[in-house]
Ligand binder design. Structure first.
Ligand code: FES
Length: 199
């Protein structure tokens, strides 16, 4: 993942000091510290236990990276505009309606691929050969083209995904990014790794 956009919490051993970091997106791309709540013990984390995340301080348009089962999990709050723009990608996607049921739980098999439309949660691993794509939320950057409405770009073999993790046609990645099992235990607290619906 591009270090311009994201500070990976894993490097800071965030579960030890209960501190995480979000990446700033949009204008400036300045990384901003973000204090979060982390409940599992180190031992539980290593066993792949569910991870509880407080997103109350996560700002719209920013990416929070957490670790679950040794994998990066991305959490992003999407704006109304971002949600409206998703439909513009549909005709260029391989699986716009998330018909491949292996890529998300049933409760995320919808157009937004999420329990709450404004919050998308994805496993940050490319479905081609497992690289971690870069978060590219900009609209129409020179290297991705005028039609780019924000999403994820895999630097390994140029696969592209939109801000619902849906893969574009004509790239090596065969499927949409995975939505991990997750549930809300309150408005702002998500458990990654456990199934459930919004509270
Ligand atoms: S690993 Fe992502 S495109 Fe190949």
């Amino acid at each position: 993942m591009s270090t311009d956009n994201v500070v990976d919490t894993k490097r800071r051993r965030f579960l030890v000091n209960a501190t995480s970091v979000v990446a700033a997106v949009g204008a400036g791309f300045v990384a901003v510290p973000f204090l979060s709540s982390w409940m599992p013990s180190e031992r539980a984390k290593n066993a792949g236990a569910p991870v509880e995340v407080d997103i109350s301080k996560l700002e719209v348009g920013r990416l929070l990276v957490v670790e679950w089962q040794s994998k990066p999990v991305w959490i992003i709050k999407r704006s109304d505009k971002t949600l409206a723009d998703l439909a513009k990608n549909d005709e260029n996607l391989s699986d716009p309606n998330s018909e491949n049921i292996d890529q998300q739980p049933a409760y995320a098999q919808n157009h937004d691929r999420s329990i709450k439309p404004e919050v998308i949660i994805l496993v940050g691993i490319c479905t081609h050969l497992g690289c971690s794509p870069s978060f590219r939320p900009e609209i129409g950057p020179a290297d991705l083209g005028a039609d780019w409405l924000g999403g994820f770009f895999c630097p390994c073999h140029s696969s592209r995904f939109d801000l619902a993790g849906r893969v574009f046609q004509g790239v090596p990645a065969p499927t949409n990014l995975v939505v991990p099992p997750h549930m809300y235990v309150s408005d702002n607290v998500i458990v990654i790794g456990r199934d459930g619906e919004a509270v």
